[in-house]
Write a protein that binds this ligand. Structure first.
Ligand SMILES: [Fe+2]
Length: 298
């Protein structure tokens, strides 16, 4: 089953205040002491941050800037081919710099006038109730580190490229920004962690890995696909299934692999109706009933 802890490298703080990010042995940066130190430095800045303060101003190295530039350059033509129209409009309206990593406050300043969203720093894993609950207030918890430069087109974890290029452009759209917010309102109603996990899986298969037919073509609206150089080339060839909240909310998946099964909407309206409808109405009781239905069917 999906555990959020697998998605982010664990972060620990020692008694002396020193912060360490623990990369898995197969992480691209696992054997790079300079990268590990950098990750710990950036995580420490997020942990020291207090609400109301400006986001940590990370002075990105030339190597980190080059990773950002490479990903922007490679993804831009793929977005043209594969992203939904609203996302592409947001790319133009938000106009993120392609030549340097933006600060989180700069990202907020570009998105807030459009849809009211703002970014706050995260060291790594944010508890599910906090991460999803904040979406109700149009607040997005974002990491600030950059993936390892040896593999600029791959990351096992959500780095700032995923958070900003993937989610940021969605948050700047009327439809997908609102779906993120509705997921937050649902999270705020839930008290059981199992139900929050159900919600997070529906979120995963829609706002992270959702695909939709638009003008007769299959396009991506999931932040995970739109920020991944590999997945964006593969999603049309994956297995596609119709939207099904019970199936999406109980499916098991491996975050370290390409998603073999994607849930496909036949229109943007269907996403709003089915996914948005679920986020709007979900309660502990309704999710427990859906999970029971899944258990009975298996
Ligand atoms: Fe994400």
């Amino acid at each position: 089953m999906f555990e959020e802890a697998q998605l982010y490298s664990p972060v620990t703080t020692e008694a002396d205040g020193s912060v360490t990010v623990h990369l898995a042995h197969d992480h691209p940066g696992a054997n790079d002491p300079a990268y590990r130190a950098r990750r710990s430095e950036i995580a420490g800045a997020a942990l020291r941050w207090q609400p109301g303060q400006p986001s940590p101003a990370i002075s990105y190295t030339e190597e980190e800037q080059e990773v950002w530039r490479t990903v922007c350059r490679e993804l831009a033509p793929k977005h043209e081919r594969y992203a939904v129209a609203e996302y592409l409009e947001a790319v133009d309206r938000v106009a993120l710099p392609a030549d340097r990593v933006p600060g989180l406050d700069e990202v907020s300043a570009r998105i807030a006038p459009l849809t009211g969203w703002r970014y706050v720093p995260a060291a790594g894993l944010v508890p599910l109730d906090v991460f999803y609950g904040s979406l109700a207030d149009r607040v997005f918890h974002s990491t600030q580190y950059v993936r390892h430069p040896a593999v600029p087109l791959y990351t096992p974890e959500p780095d700032i490229i995923h958070e900003v290029i993937g989610h940021g452009h969605l948050l700047a759209t009327p439809t997908f920004g609102e779906l993120h917010r509705l997921a937050g309102t649902a999270a705020r109603r839930l008290t059981e962690i199992e139900n929050l996990r159900f919600l997070s899986r529906v979120f995963w298969f829609s706002l992270e890995f959702g695909v939709v037919v638009e003008d007769g073509e299959l396009r991506a609206y999931g932040a995970g696909i739109l920020s991944s150089y590999g997945e964006i080339e593969e999603f049309r060839g994956m297995e596609h299934r119709p939207l099904d909240i019970v199936e999406m909310g109980t499916a098991e998946y491996d975050i370290t692999q390409y998603q073999p099964v994607l849930y496909r909407a036949e229109s943007i309206d269907e996403i709003v109706e089915v996914i948005g409808g679920f986020f709007t109405t979900a309660t502990d009781e309704s999710i427990a009933a859906l999970a029971q239905r899944a258990a009975a069917a298996s």
